[in-house]
Design a protein around this ligand. Structure first.
Ligand SMILES: [Zn+2]
Length: 213
C-alpha cells in the first residue's frame, strides 16, 4: 500500500521515494505526495523522475500513475516526485471552501441531499437535490463562510479508521467530517470567497464557489 504522504504533510511538493510495481505504463510508488482524484478533488499534476504523469487513479488502497509508455522506470528505482504546487494549493483552498459551504447548507436546509461535488483549480461546486431556488440563501451563507475564514480557525485532521484509511477533519465547535482529501491547516488560508447559483435542471441546485484572492 502506498504511503499517503499528502495526508501526513499536505504542503509537501517534492518527495524522494522508490518506484513500487511497474505494469506497462502504470507504476505505483512506495510513498506519494501526488493526490489521485477522489471525493471530487481533482488529481494533482506533476512528474515522477522528471516524467510527466498522464493520469493518477485510486484503486482500493493503491494509487496508480500512468506515464508515457517508454518511461523506463523499474521497480525499486529511486525517483523524485514533484507536483504543481500553486495548482494543488488552489485545490486545497477551494476544497476547504466547499467543506465550509456544505456544512452551512446542511444547517440551513436540514435533510438536504448532496448529489455531487467537484473541486477544480478555478472553482468548486456542490450539487443538491432540492426543489427550490437556493439564490435567496446565498448572501447569508457567504457571509457566514467568510466569517469562518476571517476567524482563522485551526483545522485538525487525522484517522477515523486507520486500517481502512478513513480520514476526518475537525474544527472545534463547528464540525467534524469524514474526508480523504488534502486540507489546509487554518480556515484563513482559504481567503474570501464568493458564491454563485447555477441552474442545472428541475429539482437540482448547484452552488459554485470562487476564491476572490
Ligand atoms: Zn475534505
Amino acid at each position: 500500500m502506498t504511503i499517503r504522504q499528502f495526508w501526513i504533510d499536505p504542503y509537501q511538493s517534492r518527495l524522494r521515494t522508490r518506484v513500487g510495481a511497474v505494469a506497462g505504463d502504470r507504476v505505483t510508488l512506495e510513498s506519494t505526495i501526488f493526490f489521485a482524484l477522489s471525493g471530487g478533488q481533482d488529481s494533482d499534476q506533476g512528474t515522477i523522475g522528471a516524467i510527466p504523469v498522464l493520469e493518477a487513479s485510486k484503486d482500493g488502497f493503491e494509487i496508480f500513475y500512468q506515464l508515457p509508455e517508454q518511461h523506463g522506470l523499474a521497480p525499486g528505482q529511486e525517483v523524485e516526485v514533484a507536483i504543481d504546487w500553486p495548482r494543488r494549493y488552489r485545490l486545497m483552498r477551494l476544497h476547504f471552501a466547499a467543506e465550509i459551504v456544505l456544512e452551512l447548507f446542511l444547517r440551513v436546509l436540514p435533510g438536504v441531499e448532496r448529489i455531487g461535488s467537484h473541486i477544480a483549480q478555478d472553482k468548486s461546486r456542490i450539487d443538491f437535490a432540492w426543489p427550490e431556488n437556493i439564490s435567496p440563501l446565498l448572501p447569508e451563507i457567504a457571509a457566514q463562510a467568510n466569517a469562518i475564514v476571517a476567524s482563522d480557525f485551526e483545522i485538525r485532521t487525522g484517522f477515523d479508521d486507520e486500517p481502512n484509511q478513513r480520514r476526518f477533519w475537525e474544527i472545534d465547535g463547528f464540525s467534524r467530517v469524514s474526508c480523504g482529501g488534502t486540507h489546509v491547516r487554518r480556515t484563513g488560508e482559504v481567503g474570501p470567497i464568493r458564491l454563485k447559483r447555477n441552474n442545472i435542471g428541475k429539482g437540482k441546485e448547484r452552488v459554485e464557489i470562487y476564491l476572490t484572492s
